[in-house]
Design a protein around this ligand. Structure first.
Ligand code: ME8
Length: 507
């Protein structure tokens, strides 16, 4: 039986349209999912939209649209984007769906029965942007003498009756859990950050609000709506209907941005322990895309529209750039100039050029047929065996989701293959009628392109499909086939450029 692999993205707020940051997390999760699928796992990949809370309600009010209608519209924009990005998610959850609301109310009952919740009063400062209460120690004063939170928004004083979750009692169990499960939070620097946060002590958490209505009602007390984070986090389980929970829970990895690590690595496991669930295996927190050093965010209004980028440069081009340009886990600055440079250097000049020149030579020197190789030289053997070696190294890198390192390793093969073309000079072999050597070189190179396309499927899925088509192969090839060489004698059609150069003026 196949091993299961369950992966999630955050569910995105519908207060505003999707931007490049959302596309980034989703591309990363999709690539990891594809990697596992091609490694023969039974994968399940989900994403969706987070539709309750004050932030969403305020946005609907500002636009003077009925809140449900507003969430329907914005959620559809996320869904459309993900279709456009050709993400392979198995399901898409909306927290306004009945299946989700029922599950959250069921969880509330469970927490109540387990004596994890009590009714009290809350007085403190609330950040609508982050949808959370802010501790005094994290509050600063801005130039207008207003209190602001870590995300720079002006805080609201809140004084209202509230249900509390007994978070404080989970401090020790959480610390024990972190100690025994060093892989629970990745990368390691984030693990240390979470651990020291919990070591400083945990206060009980306010988990209901009475001053607005846009949320899931607290069962048996309609004055209160359930705190949007308690509501949202349980999407990862409420989506697993009809036996899927048994099959896929606990999740293998929740991919999140570092902005929401605390909710996933502290509150989420505490909620789960209190409700009697197993804990997810890993929370992976990646970094931020910034513009001129500032986080790209809806609130700051400095966002890039992924629809525009994909229409202008291509899905795989944008996907590759995002995953290659910065180490997964760290921040990086976005500019269109960097994107164009990356496409032209790695995709057009290196990979695209390799494919184009090798497949053109197959047409020119062997009537479009993959030739039969003769005895391999040492140089042939070293190039022929490289993809399998890289595959093994990459599997190891995948354990820590080092996506950019995996891509860098694949590019080592591309670079070596390009040097092989330069060194073997097939055009001279043809001119000098050195046919055995020519056939060898063309076979070794075609086989190498085939294997590069296999290895890069998770990151360049559309392009790999096109390359497989050029090579007269099926659409998708599992990693296990990396050990088998391409069949000789296949007839190939004339190559079309896979990664055209971008000639646009660099901004
Ligand atoms: O936080 N760089 O939703 P959200 C990289 N609904 N990634 C970015 C980014 C940036 N500049 N900006 C956003 C929420 N992201 C909650 C989550 S989960 C149960 C509830 C990505 O719409 C990144 O993954 O604010 C970040 O964590 C997420 O979008 C936040 O999306």
């Amino acid at each position: 039986m196949k091993k299961s692999f369950y992966i999630t993205t955050p569910i995105y707020y519908v207060n505003d349209l999707p931007h490049l940051g959302h596309a980034y997390t989703s591309f990363a999760a999709d690539s990891i999912c594809k990697y596992k699928l091609l490694s023969n796992y039974d994968t399940y990949f989900i994403t969706g939209t987070d539709e309750h809370g004050q932030k969403v309600e305020n946005s609907a009010k500002e636009k003077k649209i009925d809140t449900q209608k507003f969430t329907d519209q914005v959620s559809a924009r996320f869904k459309n984007l993900f279709q456009k990005l050709k993400l392979s998610n198995n399901d898409f959850i909306r927290t306004t769906q009945k299946r989700h609301k029922n599950k959250v109310q069921f969880i509330w009952h469970k927490l109540l029965n387990n004596n994890e919740i009590y009714l009290g009063n809350y007085e403190g400062w609330y950040s609508v942007r982050d949808e959370c209460f802010i501790n005094e120690s994290d509050i600063t004063i801005n130039k207008d003498n207003k209190k602001i939170g870590p995300s720079q928004d002006i805080l609201k004083k809140v004084k209202e009756p509230s249900y509390f979750f007994k978070l404080s009692k989970w401090q020790k169990p959480l610390l024990n859990f972190y100690k025994k499960n060093k892989d629970f939070v990745k990368p390691l620097s984030r693990y240390n950050e979470v651990k020291s946060f919990v070591e400083r002590g945990l206060d009980d958490l306010s988990i209901s609000r009475t001053s607005f209505k846009w949320g899931i009602n607290v069962p048996d007390n309609n004055e209160h709506v359930i705190y949007v984070w308690l509501d949202a986090l349980f999407n990862y389980i409420s989506i697993l209907e009809n036996g899927l929970e048994k099959k896929y829970w606990p999740a293998d990895v929740h991919i999140v941005g570092k902005d929401i690590l605390r909710f996933h690595a502290v509150y989420w496991p505490a909620f789960l322990l209190a409700a009697g669930y197993e804990l997810p295996k890993t929370i992976y927190a990646h970094g931020w895309w910034t513009i001129d050093g500032k986080k790209m965010s809806k609130s700051l209004g400095n966002v890039i529209d992924p629809n525009y980028l994909v229409d202008t440069y291509g899905i795989d081009q944008v996907r590759y750039f995002l995953l290659k340009e910065i180490p997964f886990g760290e921040d990086g600055n976005f500019s269109e100039k960097l994107l164009i440079n990356r496409i032209n250097s790695d995709l057009a000049n290196n990979y695209g050029n390799l494919i184009q020149r090798v497949l053109s030579m197959i047409q020119k020197y062997n009537n479009g047929f993959i030739p039969k190789p003769e005895k391999f030289t040492d140089e042939d053997i070293s190039l022929m065996s490289l993809p399998e070696q890289i595959y093994k190294i990459n599997n190891d890198k995948m354990n820590n989701y080092q996506l950019n390192v995996i891509l860098e390793n694949i590019w080592q093969i591309i670079r070596l293959a390009n040097s092989y073309v330069d060194n073997s000079e097939p055009w001279n072999l043809f001119k000098n009628k050195n046919i055995n050597k020519l056939n060898n070189a063309l076979y070794v190179l075609t086989n190498t392109i085939y294997k590069i396309a296999i290895l890069s499927q998770p990151f360049l899925p559309e392009s790999s499909k096109k390359i497989f088509q050029l090579l007269n192969q099926k659409e998708e090839i599992f990693f296990n086939d990396i050990k088998n060489n391409i069949q000789e004698g296949l007839k190939l059609s004339k190559p079309i450029p896979i990664f055209p150069r971008i000639e646009k003026d660099e901004k």
